[in-house]
Each structure stands twice: as C-alpha cells, then as structure tokens.
Design a protein around this ligand. Structure first.
Ligand code: NDP
Ligand code: AKG
Ligand code: MG
Length: 406
C-alpha cells in the first residue's frame, strides 16, 4: 500500500517488514492504537501504563513506544462523521503493528462489524488466541493448569463474513428464487438467507500458519476443528484441505493421529460439538487448534472461561505483513466508564504485541507480573467474586498493582 503516514511523534520511526517477513523495529517505533468503545478507554489506559512500564524496566531509556492514535468506532464518528475512516485502515497497514480496544457492533441491524471489516480489508487472516492458565486465577474446572492451547481462527471467510439478506427483502427473494429454479434447493420464501464461503486458499494459509507455529515451538499437535459431517463442502472441505496442506507442505515433519512417531507433529481433527466437551474433559490432549471463523469465535470465549474468564484472554489478528492485537472480549457496555473491568485481556494482547516486535524481555515481564498480582489476591471484580479474601481493585488500581510487580 503506498499510503504515507502523517507526522509521526518526535523521534519515532515506522516499523518495516524485513525480507524474512518479520518486523524490523527501531528503538522508538510508531505503534498504532484504537481506544475502543464502551470499556475500551478504561482498559486501554491500563494497558498503556503497563506496556510502557515493562519496556522501561527491560530497556531503560534505550527503547520506547511512540503511540499513534487511530480513530474507529464511536470516537471516530464524533470526530470525523464516520465509524471507520479510510485513513485508519491505511495507517494500520502502513504502521504494521497496532493494538485496539473492542468496538461495538449492533445486533440484528445497523452497520456491519468494524472488527470484522478491519480483519477483512487488511487481510489479517489469522486470529490467534492463546489460552493458558495463570496460576492463582480462579476457574470453574478442576485442572485449569491442563489448558494450554492456541487457537488459530480463520478470520476472513465463513458465515462471519456477513453475506446475508433480511427476510422478505427483494434480495432474499431473488436468491431464494434462484436457488429453487437453478439448483432445485427449497428454502422458505419468507426466510432470511446467508452465505457461508470457505476456500482452499484461505483455509490452507491459516492451517500453514498454525503448523509453522506448532513446529517452531515444539508443540505436540494441531487439531482441525470443524462441523464437516453436516456442512460437508465448507467445514468438511476445511478438514480435507487442512490435511492436504499438511501432507503437501510438511511431508516428513507431520503425521496423522494413530501413526505417531517421536519428534513429529500430529495432525488430527475433531467435530466441533464434540470438541467443546473434549476441551473440558481431556484438555491435556489438545495443543494448537485450527478452525473456521465461527467455530473459533465460540471456542475462544468458552476456553477463556476455563482459565478465569474473558478478562484474561488475549488475541491477535495477523496477516503476512500487518498485525493488530486485541482482546478476545467485547465492549462490556454495562461497565463503560466505571474503571471497573479487568484489563488483563488487552494487557496480555499487548505482551503478544511486544513479542511479535521482538521485544521479548519486556513481553516476558508482563504475564509474570500479572500472575503475581493475581496470586496476591489483588484483582478486579470478575476474579474477586470467585476468590474468597481477595482485594477488589478498579481497572486502573489493578494496572498499578501489576506495574508494582514488574
Ligand atoms: N473484537 C471486538 O471488538 C469485539 C466486540 N464485541 C462487541 O462488544 C459488544 C458487547 O458484546 P457482549 O456480547 O456483551 O460481550 P462482552 O465480551 O463485551 O461482554 C460479555 C461479558 O463478559 C464479561 N467481560 C467482558 N469483558 C470483560 C473484562 N474486560 N473484564 C471482566 N469481564 C469481562 C462480562 O461478564 P459479567 O457480566 O459476568 O461481568 C461481560 O458482561 C457487542 O457490540 C459486540 O459486538 C464483542 C466481542 C469482540
Ligand atoms: O465484531 C464483533 O462485534 C464481535 C467479534 C467477536 O466476537 C470476535 O471476534 O471474537
Ligand atoms: Mg467473540
């Protein structure tokens, strides 16, 4: 993209992408941020405080982040008259690394998801959500420490892409007529209709990213999670393309389940409904998970619950050049402006961002300090209500407690 960034903060330089596809990060990189709607501003303030303190602790005055605000959501509407200005999209692409708070999407009407739009137009095709228990965090399961999974969720296709038409609309009627006359498929003429696109190209690049990660980290398995018994040519094809890619691109380094060999990565698959009970009952058997968009959305929140809830679940949207880090949860609107919710999810997303930038010394400080705050019982309301004797802190109070433990 040939977009030029406007004035960067003093001393800041943009991140570029090296020939190896990895970010090349100057000492004072310009990094984009979107505050987000609802509780977004509260958790962003807390996150910024912790990220800056971790970078200062790790590198003194040798490195620092120069933040560049990018407008999206309600704040963008107020200031520019648009929910998602083109400039924001172009700046995210040019900056290469950014972090965002959650953005509101209305249910049943109104504009389409800004979050999904950003992922699609920037081709951030993998949504990566690691789910791991932080010792001391309360959990509804008996062995939360057994959960150590990384979700790779396809981020651009599936019913999530928003190709649908309202019941009774001329477009829905036209599509239903076409389905009947051309394909012999009977759909109630009054139905709303949606399309579920899934392609070999998007499936294979997602599964390749998951396998690359698993091989690089010495993980045990990659599980393809699909509903291919029912949706044979979309979710079933996801499974088949996943295995095909593994055999074509990773021959000799991967094996199928049942043919395990020492040192080789196991590729297996599970049907999505069964997978929800597997992760509860047999979490030790699952490691890296690759799945279509909607399955990934559902399983992310369910797995987050197993390790303490949505306040503890980080994530990233990653493409070939650009990456945008964001919490798994939404705007939690009933707590907006109360300085109340757990910023842990965005904070841990920020730690993922530092790791992506190669600033691992700073990245590693963050989960450790957050864990110490939790173990000391210094937590926000969501964890405090599950830990007897805990001290309930505000969102900013928790951020301060983490900074003190870096
Ligand atoms: N990527 C994004 O920007 C996303 C945006 N959204 C959008 O957010 C809006 C609200 O969605 P909703 O379905 O209510 O889901 P949310 O994830 O916003 O909130 C659901 C519940 O999860 C708990 N929760 C969420 N965040 C936190 C946190 N930081 N700390 C502690 N608890 C938390 C709260 O539970 P409790 O009530 O028990 O305290 C909250 O009521 C919608 O417009 C949706 O489209 C949703 C997901 C992702
Ligand atoms: O875009 C939205 O509003 C919801 C997105 C979501 O739930 C997710 O990506 O996990
Ligand atoms: Mg979700």
């Amino acid at each position: 993209m040939s977009h030029t960034l406007g004035n960067l903060p003093q001393g800041a330089e943009p991140i570029t992408i090296g020939p190896d596809g990895k970010p090349q990060v100057p000492a004072i990189p310009a990094v984009g941020y979107i505050e987000g709607d609802g509780t977004g501003p509260d958790i962003w303030r807390a996150t910024k405080l912790i990220l800056e303190a971790a970078v200062a602790k790790a590198y003194g005055d040798q490195r620092r982040i120069a933040w560049v605000e990018l407008l999206a959501g309600e704040k963008a509407l107020e200031q520019t008259g648009q929910y998602l200005p083109q400039k924001t999209i172009e700046d995210i692409a040019a900056l290469k690394v950014s972090i965002k708070g959650p953005l509101t999407t209305p249910v049943g009407g109104g504009f389409r998801s800004l979050n999904v739009t950003l992922r699609q137009v920037l081709d951030l095709y993998a949504c990566i959500r690691p789910v791991r228990h932080i010792p001391g965090a309360p959990s509804p399961v008996k062995r939360p420490e057994a959960v150590d999974m990384v979700i790779y969720r396809e981020n651009t296709e599936d019913v999530y892409a928003g190709l649908e038409w309202r019941a009774g609309s001329p477009e829905a009627k036209r599509l239903i007529d076409f389905l009947a006359s051309e394909l012999g498929a009977v759909v109630d003429p009054q139905a709303g209709v949606g399309i579920k696109p899934m392609s070999a190209r998007c499936t294979k690049r997602l599964v390749a990213m998951a396998i690359d990660y698993a091989l690089a980290r010495g993980r045990q398995s990659v599980t393809l999670v699909h509903k291919g018994n029912i949706m044979k040519f979309t979710e079933g094809a996801f499974r088949d393309w996943g295995y095909e890619l593994a055999a074509e691109k990773y021959a000799g380094r991967v094996v199928r389940e049942g043919q395990e060999e020492p040192g080789k990565l196991v590729i297996k698959d599970r049907i999505a409904d069964a997978m929800f009970q597997q992760v509860l009952l047999r979490p030790d058997e699952y490691d890296v998970l690759a799945m279509p968009n909607l399955n990934g959305d559902y399983l992310s929140d369910a797995l987050a619950a197993q390790v303490g809830g949505l306040g503890m679940a980080p994530g990233a949207n990653v493409g070939d050049e650009c990456a945008m880090f964001e919490a798994t949860h939404g705007t939690a609107p009933k707590y907006a402006g109360q300085d109340k919710v757990n910023p842990g999810s965005l904070v841990l997303s920020g730690a993922m961002m530092l790791e992506h930038m190669g600033w691992v010394e700073a990245a590693d400080l963050i989960p450790a300090a957050l864990g110490r705050a939790v173990q000391d019982g210094m937590v926000t309301y969501d964890l405090a209500r599950q830990i007897s004797g805990a001290t309930e802190l505000s969102c900013s109070g928790f951020a301060q407690a983490v900074v003190e433990r870096l």
